[in-house]
Design a binder for this molecule. Structure first.
Ligand SMILES: [Zn+2]
Length: 86
């Protein structure tokens, strides 16, 4: 199906002509908002995402499923140090 949400791949057919095939990207993996690293503990398979408990689909810490553990620790340290100065 012709759609801009799908990736376009030019394919050479047996007849020798090149045609554009539309390939679906699938479900993209969840990444960290700050550093862009792929998040662990977050399922990316669509069948798994539909079912199952919410607590099972992302880590249950603050900003779990949005920010990775290293960025969160950095932010917590910065916020604690900023609060000490005041
Ligand atoms: Zn990060």
């Amino acid at each position: 199906m012709r759609s801009r949400s799908k990736r376009r791949v030019s394919v050479r057919t047996p007849g020798g002509t090149t045609k554009v095939h539309y390939v679906s990207l699938g479900h993209l993996r969840a990444t960290c908002y700050i550093c862009g690293k792929e998040l662990n503990g977050v399922p990316w398979n669509e069948k798994i995402i539909r079912g199952g408990a919410k607590s099972w689909k992302r880590p249950e810490r603050m900003f779990g499923g949005h920010i990775c553990h290293s960025c969160l620790s950095m932010l917590l340290k910065l916020s604690a140090r900023a609060s000490l100065k005041v």
